[in-house]
Design a binder for this molecule. Structure first.
Ligand SMILES: NC(=O)c1ccc[n+]([C@@H]2O[C@H](COP(=O)([O-])OP(=O)(O)OC[C@H]3O[C@@H](n4cnc5c(N)ncnc54)[C@H](OP(=O)(O)O)[C@@H]3O)[C@@H](O)[C@H]2O)c1
Length: 323
């Protein structure tokens, strides 16, 4: 298959050892596999037994080698790390879980075991997808920081740690109650705190490039989109582009704090903490990261326009009513 130029990834001459992607069936992982394949890289994609046929076919269609492994099974990690040039790990039990999966077994112990297996196999580089530090103490954050520390102290691996903020395609979608096209939007907190929502495609580009770009080695990069926008700013953009009138439901910070306090397990705690972090916003200065990996970042306006186009909405001028 003739490779195509992918921004940030130098054109490839001779195929190198495969890049191992752990989390390949996930939203970000799947984007990374596609990008690497488009750039002519050989890719080994971890697909757990029982994964959806659709996901399998999608990964096979782009020419990835599918390998079975589970972060809870150290032997499987040793096997898939063998002869890999780099590891990119996006896996997390936050959303996608099977029996025995938890923040402890996957995000902490599983990821630490993967770092160990990569070291033993003599893998060259490890790219770990995390998120930026927040002042809320919770198990998922402790797990991510623990893996970051383990990587930074490794004497056998070079590493890149990526800390993207909220993915546009996840947080500004009906999946999380954000549906300006359907006319109703849920916002966390006042909806006035700005967030540098980042497209999963841009996180994928940094992740793929980090597997082989010298300039990104030994770096911990906070990643965000080009424009810090509050959820209410985003509603305004959809309206300007022709979305219908929209009702806004607020989830007060105090309710999220109570949810965090009342959490009965690590997952409930993680959800409450992540929604609270979202309510407080996070604006990111992307200049340092773009100096290391130049390229255009997707805007929320482009995302909104594409969404409206998909559902055939024509521009009309409307007022927004707030509950
Ligand atoms: N979503 C956001 O806004 C956001 C923001 C910042 C950072 N992040 C980070 O970005 C990363 C990727 O997020 P995403 O949205 O792509 O997640 P996702 O769609 O939920 O994908 C998670 C992946 O982890 C895999 N996984 C779960 N347990 C596993 C195990 N025991 N062994 C092997 N693989 C396992 C899943 O495999 P199966 O399909 O087999 O279950 C799936 O491929 C996460 O680490 C997350 O913390 C996300």
């Amino acid at each position: 298959m003739r490779s195509q130029h992918v921004e940030g990834l130098p054109d490839m001459q001779t195929p190198k050892k495969p890049v191992l992607v752990v989390g390949a069936t996930g939203l970000l992982g799947c984007n990374i596999v596609r990008l690497l394949r488009d750039a002519g890289r050989s890719v080994r994609a971890v697909v757990r037994p029982g994964a959806s046929e659709e996901k399998r076919r999608e990964l096979e269609a782009c020419g990835a080698e599918l390998v079975p492994a589970d972060l809870k099974d150290v032997d499987s990690l040793r096997a898939v790390c063998r002869e890999a040039s780099a590891v990119i790990s996006t896996a997390s039990a936050t959303v996608s879980r099977r029996e025995g999966d938890s923040i402890e077994t996957v995000d902490r112990l599983g990821q630490l075991a993967l770092v160990e297996a990569a070291e033993e196999a003599g893998v060259g580089h490890f790219v770990f997808v995390s998120f930026p530090p927040s002042d809320i103490d919770y198990a998922l954050q402790r797990a991510k920081r623990g893996v970051e520390e383990r990587l930074r102290s490794s004497r056998r691996l070079t590493w890149t740690i990526l800390q993207p903020v909220n993915f546009t395609e996840v947080w500004l979608s009906p999946m999380l109650g954000f549906d300006p096209v359907g006319g109703s939007v849920r916002v966390f907190g006042t909806g006035r705190e700005r967030m540098s929502w980042i497209s999963v495609a841009d996180v994928a580009r940094f992740s793929a490039a980090a597997a082989e770009t010298e300039a990104l080695a030994g770096k911990t990069l906070v990643l965000g989109g080009p424009d810090p926008l509050s959820p209410l700013n985003v509603v305004e953009i959809f309206r300007e582009l022709g979305a219908p009138e929209c009702t806004i439901e607020h989830v007060p910070e105090s309710a999220l704090e109570a949810q965090l306090k009342g959490a009965t397990n690590e997952l409930e705690e993680a959800y409450a903490a992540i929604m609270l972090t979202t309510a407080r916003g996070h604006a990111v200065d992307m200049r340092p990261a773009l100096e290391l990996l130049p390229g255009k970042l997707r805007t929320v306006r482009e995302y909104a326009a594409a969404w409206l186009q998909r559902v055939g909405v024509r521009p009309q001028y409307h007022e927004t009513r707030e509950n």
